[in-house]
Ligand binder design. Sequence first.
Ligand SMILES: *[C@@H]1O[C@H](CO)[C@@H](O)[C@H](O)[C@H]1NC(C)=O
Ligand SMILES: *[C@@H]1O[C@H](CO)[C@@H](O)[C@H](O)[C@H]1NC(C)=O
Ligand SMILES: *[C@@H]1O[C@H](CO)[C@@H](O)[C@H](O)[C@H]1NC(C)=O
Ligand SMILES: *[C@@H]1O[C@H](CO)[C@@H](O)[C@H](O)[C@H]1NC(C)=O
Ligand SMILES: *[C@@H]1O[C@H](CO)[C@@H](O)[C@H](O)[C@H]1NC(C)=O
Ligand SMILES: *[C@@H]1O[C@H](CO)[C@@H](O)[C@H](O)[C@H]1NC(C)=O
Ligand SMILES: *[C@@H]1O[C@H](CO)[C@@H](O)[C@H](O)[C@H]1NC(C)=O
Ligand SMILES: *[C@@H]1O[C@H](CO)[C@@H](O)[C@H](O)[C@H]1NC(C)=O
Ligand SMILES: *[C@@H]1O[C@H](CO)[C@@H](O)[C@H](O)[C@H]1NC(C)=O
Length: 285
Amino acid sequence: MGNFTFSIALSILLLHSFALSFNSITTDKHALISFKNSITSDPNAILNTNWSQNSSVCNWIGVSCGLKHGRVTALNLSGYGLAGTVAPHLGNLTFLRYLDFSFNSFSGMLPFELSKLRRLKVMNVGVNSFTGEIPTWLGSFPQLEEIYLNNNTFLGTIPTPLFNNSMLQIANLNNNVLSGPIPHGIFNVEEIRIGNNRLSSWLPSDMCNNMSNVKLLELDNNELEGHIPSNIWKCKHLEILSLAFNAFSGNIPRAIGNTSMLLVLSLAYNNFTGIQFMILSSLCL
Ligand SMILES: *[C@@H]1O[C@H](CO)[C@@H](O)[C@H](O)[C@H]1NC(C)=O
Ligand SMILES: *[C@@H]1O[C@H](CO)[C@@H](O)[C@H](O)[C@H]1NC(C)=O
Ligand SMILES: *[C@@H]1O[C@H](CO)[C@@H](O)[C@H](O)[C@H]1NC(C)=O
Ligand SMILES: *[C@@H]1O[C@H](CO)[C@@H](O)[C@H](O)[C@H]1NC(C)=O
Ligand SMILES: *[C@@H]1O[C@H](CO)[C@@H](O)[C@H](O)[C@H]1NC(C)=O
Ligand SMILES: *[C@@H]1O[C@H](CO)[C@@H](O)[C@H](O)[C@H]1NC(C)=O
Ligand SMILES: *[C@@H]1O[C@H](CO)[C@@H](O)[C@H](O)[C@H]1NC(C)=O
Ligand SMILES: *[C@@H]1O[C@H](CO)[C@@H](O)[C@H](O)[C@H]1NC(C)=O
Ligand SMILES: *[C@@H]1O[C@H](CO)[C@@H](O)[C@H](O)[C@H]1NC(C)=O
């Protein structure tokens, strides 16, 4: 009697988990087909010929699946010349870790549903025609290590929560239309590029105070002003600092010669005053 009950319970459990995994794989396929249906241009007919409904999504070009669970873990469609908007259904690919749409012509906004991709480690939507404000939810991926939003038309201010993530190592926001202040927290990211935007205001005076990890800081071609903080040398890991083509003023702090790792320093086209040779000659540029 006990055994009988147990084996029924077990069968129900097995049936249940079968149904669950079957549903999940179906969900991935649905998501990718909805995504494909919102593509308006596929010049090399990559998706048209290859993403056949009859074959497993894991055999589709640009799709990779996990070995154990068979769920979609990577979607890499970099450089296929695709155009269209991103279907919200893509947010159902909940096992996705790598998303690479770079070098295409995707447009519109990043749909809110992508915030469901909790396992994302790398998100690359660089060199497309995305627009709108940078969504705040991009800061909510607990494992995100690299984010590329460069060469799009993202506008508005940079949401502070984007950098509220200790895992983040690379953020490339170059070549957009971003304005407003530099959010705190960017100095914990190793490589940060926000060049060629419309950022205004100044460098936070405490930017190098807190265990700063920044190695590369690219802020050239903005509308930044004010002085370079004199505690810049506390950014111990700084290797590349690019502040050219802004409206920085004042003296270049002598302490910049104390940034021991510094390899590249680009300050041209600003409004600095004073004689700068002394400081610069102390750097091994
Ligand atoms: C799609 O492309 C992959 C990789 O090139 C290939 O292995 C697969 O057979 C193709 N599937 C179809 C239906 O063409
Ligand atoms: C897909 O399967 C259907 C029916 O199972 C078949 O008619 C069709 O030719 C198949 N398409 C391809 C591309 O294999
Ligand atoms: C996507 O594919 C391109 C070219 O094959 C490669 O350079 C890039 O690193 C891949 N992206 C990711 C996130 O793995
Ligand atoms: C997937 O996402 C879409 C839109 O976000 C939603 O309508 C749909 O019900 C979701 N679930 C499945 C199983 O496709
Ligand atoms: C990104 O934008 C910059 C500035 O507009 C441009 O010079 C560069 O060629 C673009 N990069 C790509 C890969 O299109
Ligand atoms: C930053 O993250 C912490 C925990 O990781 C959270 O408590 C806090 O609310 C977040 N702040 C913002 C502005 O999102
Ligand atoms: C440094 O830490 C203090 C307190 O922990 C905080 O108030 C401040 O915003 C931090 N500064 C930066 C640049 O992160
Ligand atoms: C540089 O300073 C001069 C004189 O103070 C001022 O007229 C000019 O507008 C400044 N340029 C920039 C780019 O801020
Ligand atoms: C450079 O660093 C040394 C110690 O590492 C310190 O004594 C000196 O005051 C610093 N110079 C500047 C200009 O900050």
